[in-house]
Ligand binder design. Structure first.
Ligand code: SF4
Length: 424
């Protein structure tokens, strides 16, 4: 599991609108649904792709559905995504909602052709064995494309509700990944972000059980025109040997690694049922840094997991320096009913908030130090919009008057609080 992208609304006139909440996988699926709705002639559709990773994410989904109905009385509103998969009856009961689609049905074209009578199409996601067949052609308003390589998760971390919303691990066959990436590169995308729920679980369900590293190497060989390949969250306990080899010898694999760390204390990691220890996180970073000295690391960290005391929390704080983390996604622990952690002794809500703020401050400090280290250096930047782009290390870079989609080499002359400032 992984960090959040901003809601993406897409064009406003006579084309299906998609509001994707939560993770990159939702954004990817949002583009699949936009095409399905368009092909079904649902030009007045508004699709809300909900997230269930935290209570707050669920609340935002409900709020968004109500707001969109108020603002668009004539629209055909579709509620879908993880929060819907977990509790379809709740969304079916909403007068604001016209159609309720589960996570399997949202990826099927026929779901958008269904008669209004079939308001609710939700299956038992734990019985789904394959990823749906589809090819995304583009991402509205984005210069980086996300490609799903895997879906679901076989793990059962005690705080996480995602496997119950997305089902078990299912990998996209190699051929389809290559076909999709080739199409996106021919469409002008210079960077592809590999996404899924647990991408280090890639291939476990495929013939010959190819690993993530093997898949990525074959992809880069099959699409030599692809300039940048970026990985999303990695489970440090499951990084394979081929991946380390690729990190060492493939410059098109971006030197930015986001770790699904979750905590920096071994007792808490044990109670989370994570497969790695604190030392595993640190040695993963050290090994990658030895292979790729300029590598930049990000991490997901939860503050206030049940039973966490001050000493345990300080081990998470200290992990930022001990592992050399730069880009933190901090999650205040959010109780998810139905998970084992929900039955553990909870940390006080005020303490959770306070710890999350301290972790974010620690992360901001590390980020600021990392930015300062680039002044005077040159970096390669893929421009997005409003004069902002990202370096290979996934650091934000401001370059005045640079066109979206352009790939530039910029000299870093200064920094702001949130970005490098480059000139070309
Ligand atoms: S169960 Fe664990 S590995 Fe799976 S999605 Fe949740 S946090 Fe990630």
């Amino acid at each position: 599991m992984t960090a959040p992208d901003a809601p993406n609304q897409g064009p406003r006139d006579h084309a299906p609108r998609v509001v994707s909440m939560g993770c990159r996988l939702n954004t990817y699926e949002g583009e699949v649904m936009r095409a399905h709705a368009r092909d079904a002639g649902l030009s007045n559709a508004i699709i809300v792709n909900t997230c269930a990773v935290t209570k707050e994410a669920e609340r935002q989904g409900l709020q968004t559905l109500r707001k969109l109905r108020r603002e668009n009385p004539g629209a055909h509103i579709v509620a879908t995504g993880c929060a819907v998969q977990l509790d379809p009856a709740r969304y079916a009961a909403m007068p604001e909602v016209d159609r309720v689609l589960g996570n399997e049905h949202k990826m099927k074209a026929e779901s958008f052709h269904a008669e209004p009578a079939e308001k609710v199409l939700v299956s038992d996601i734990m019985t789904v064995r394959e990823t749906a067949e589809h090819l995304v052609e583009g991402f509205d308003g984005r210069t980086r494309a996300f490609v799903q390589v895997q879906q679901g998760c076989d793990h059962r971390c005690t705080f996480c509700i995602i496997p119950f919303a997305r089902g078990n691990n299912r990998s996209v066959p190699m051929g389809r990944i290559v076909q999709e990436v080739r199409g996106l590169v021919q469409g002008g995308y210079q960077e592809i972000v590999i996404t899924g729920v647990d991408i280090t679980g890639y291939g476990g369900d495929l013939p010959g059980t190819p690993s993530l590293g093997q898949m990525a190497r074959r992809l880069l060989m099959a699409v030599p025109e692809l300039k940048r390949l970026r990985l999303s969250s990695l489970d440090p306990a499951e990084a394979d040997e081929d991946l380390f080899q690729l990190i060492a010898d493939e410059p098109r694999l971006m030197p930015h690694f986001h770790i699904s760390a979750q905590a920096g204390d071994d007792m808490i990691l044990k109670r989370m049922k994570r497969r790695h220890s604190r030392a595993d996180i640190i040695s993963f970073c050290e090994r990658v840094r030895a292979l790729r000295p300029d590598a930049v690391f990000g991490a997901d960290l939860i503050a206030g997991f049940p039973t966490e005391d001050e000493t345990m929390f300080e081990n998470s704080l200290a992990l930022v320096d001990d592992a050399g983390l730069t880009l933190l996604h901090v999650f205040p622990y959010s109780i998810r009913q139905g998970t084992p952690a929900a039955r553990m002794p909870q940390v006080n809500g005020v303490v959770i908030k306070e710890r999350a703020a301290r972790l974010r401050a620690k992360g901001m400090d590390a980020f600021t130090r990392r930015l300062a280290a680039y002044v005077g250096k040159s970096v390669s930047v893929l421009m997005e919009k409003d004069g902002r782009g990202h370096s290979e290390h996934y650091l934000p870079v401001n370059i005045a008057d640079a066109a979206p989609g352009s790939m530039l080499t910029a000299r870093i002359v200064s920094t702001t609080e949130t970005a490098l400032v480059g000139v070309i």
